[in-house]
Design a protein around this ligand. Structure first.
Ligand code: CP
Length: 325
């Protein structure tokens, strides 16, 4: 095992969470600790130490009740990089079709030895519901419109790499704020780390009273472009919308899409993020997605380190609660 900085034992604060349910429930110091641990895992991998023995014998369950490419793959790879065994669960082909409940499904996986459960579900609060009824540590991989904490963390890690720290930076979250769990996790995380957050989109896609979270609201992307350090382009969540929230995709792209013309009005070092999956030509044009300001693929790489850090810290806390360290 190579030498590494173990933030569980030697962080500026003590890691005490058994579950990772949302950034709303972590302090700035805990978020920073988790990000620092992720940076450490990324450093180890860059130095050729991509396989670590830290979770040997642990079984990680990946329970995805909604589709996923990035989150599912990177949690699976993160578990393998830490030498854990993994169990993948998808609803199709499972006994859910015979009437087995969500909770019974989780309890059966737990009976097979799963002690860390990664859960994506369309219902807000589903991971929290499980965390109160099973012994395993629960990691929220996205629950409806509520939170997607590891996406928020990987976005923060990517922005922090660009800026050093987030204090005093201005970040715009643009698009479908109303249906976006990524928006909520970004708002909690960015505010706690001292950033100024602007949410921008059509009035129909901004939840009422969102100002109470301490964010600025804008409906005019061209107005805010010149004063932002960073823009996070959120996907239009067609699958969660139950009505027409804007007249047409073309009109949305015209008013809120990031393109070359808007880039010319932006600060010269603007950083462009998108959590993915991206709709090229809707939230951003292909030249912007693949251009020099885009850190979209760095986000994906950092997701692996963030998920390793999340699994590691929760596992260490479990050992501590069981009196095994
Ligand atoms: N950003 C994100 O959560 O992507 P997936 O839906 O592919 O996991």
């Amino acid at each position: 095992m190579p030498q590494f900085h173990d933030y569980f034992n030697d962080g500026p604060v003590k890691w005490t969470s058994k579950h990772l349910l949302g950034l709303e429930y972590l302090t700035a110091e805990e978020i920073t600790l988790l990000l620092d641990q992720a940076v450490e895992f990324k450093r180890l991998a860059a130095n050729g130490n991509s396989k670590l023995n830290l979770l040997k014998g642990v079984v990680v369950g990946n329970l995805f009740f909604e589709p996923s490419t990035r989150t599912r793959t990177s949690f699976g790879l993160a578990a393998k990089r830490l030498s854990a065994d993994t169990v993948d669960f998808s609803p199709s082909g499972s006994s859910l079709s015979k009437g087995e409940s969500f909770l019974d499904t989780a309890r059966n996986l737990e009976a097979m030895g799963v002690t860390l459960m990664v859960v994506r579900h369309k219902t807000p609060g589903a991971p929290d519901f499980l965390s109160q009824r099973i012994e395993a540590g629960v990691l929220n991989a996205g629950d409806g419109t509520h939170e997607h904490p590891t996406q928020g963390l990987l976005d923060l890690m990517t922005m922090r790499e660009q800026f050093g720290q987030m204090q005093g930076r201005t970040v715009a979250l643009v698009g479908d704020i109303r249906h976006s769990r990524v928006a909520r996790s970004n708002i909690w995380g960015l505010k706690k780390l001292g950033a100024h957050v602007i949410v921008c989109g059509p009035a129909t896609l901004i939840p009422p009273e969102i100002e109470k979270l301490g964010v600025e609201v804008s409906h005019d992307l061209d107005d805010i472009i010149p004063r932002i350090d960073c823009i996070n382009l959120l996907r239009i969540q067609f699958e969660r919308q139950r009505g027409a929230f804007f007249p047409s995709i073309d009109e949305y792209a015209h008013l809120f899409g990031m393109n070359g013309q808007r880039l010319e009005q932006a600060r010269k070092n603007i950083v462009i993020l998108a959590p993915g999956p991206i709709n090229r030509g809707v939230e951003l044009t292909p030249d912007v997605a693949d251009g020099e300001h885009s850190v979209i693929l760095e986000q994906v790489s950092n997701g692996l380190a963030v998920r390793m850090a999340s699994l590691y810290l929760l596992y260490r806390r479990q050992l501590e609660l069981r009196g095994e360290q």
